[in-house]
Design a binder for this molecule. Sequence first.
Ligand code: ADP
Ligand code: UDP
Length: 237
Amino acid sequence: MKKGELLYEGKAKKMYATDDPDFLIQEFKDDATAFNGKKKGTIKNKGIVNNKISAFIFEFLESYHIPTHFEKMLSDREMLVKKLNIIPVEVVMRNIATGSLVKRYGLEEGKELEYPVLEFYLKNDALDDPMINEHHAVAFGLATPGEMETISRYGTKINAILKSFFIRRKVRLVDFKLEFGRFKDRIVLGDEISPDTCRFWDLDTGEKLDKDRFRQDLGEIEKAYQEILGRVLHTGE
Ligand code: ADP
Ligand code: UDP
């Protein structure tokens, strides 16, 4: 597959055309941003680690019949993906109270929720990704009711699959973000699943092993990303 023109450069990835209009090359960068781009930096080898983690997780989800955009790994930083018509809604799944859940609803930090929470945010940097619900998404013409139902079903299923995947690796999956799109009228999981888009806490020590180390200046960021890659690839059992 030939790498064509750069179609889009985002905060963490570059998307390139290929000689097949149905496929893109997704290239992972080392650039890191937080607080909607207000904080900027780089995390050495993050692109390589996130590419490998995402590839492994996408293949794992495919084995549970979740359709993903992942086709194959092309290099350390590049994967071939299906070209999706991205639905501009970020889907956040939460298992443990932290961040805005604590601030907004006064929950106890670190408390396991009785049931996973599914939230939607409008993907719009200029508006700071405001929270929406499925009615907003339909009313704004972003997705049909059937598509929102499929997205919710996949989000819930992905959470159940990944929660136990990470528990076997002694990691608590606190919360994470998903993006979906359309490929030939089917809903398909896109983007990435990595320490950039998930909160991971070590099961025994509670140590943060994700982008919160960058957001909160906790240090040893590279080491945390490598640790997650190691655990994703080997259960240790
Ligand atoms: P951002 O746009 O938030 O800065 P990234 O740097 O991660 O984020 O850029 C990747 C962009 O590509 C995102 O806008 C994402 O929605 C989009 N994207 C992810 N997967 C696909 C895909 N398979 N097809 C088309 N676009 C995709
Ligand atoms: N998230 C993400 N990209 C975003 C927004 C959120 O990857 O643009 C992920 C984030 O890493 C975390 C979860 O989604 O795992 C919840 O993030 P949010 O910013 O909503 O956190 P909170 O408001 O709880 O601090």
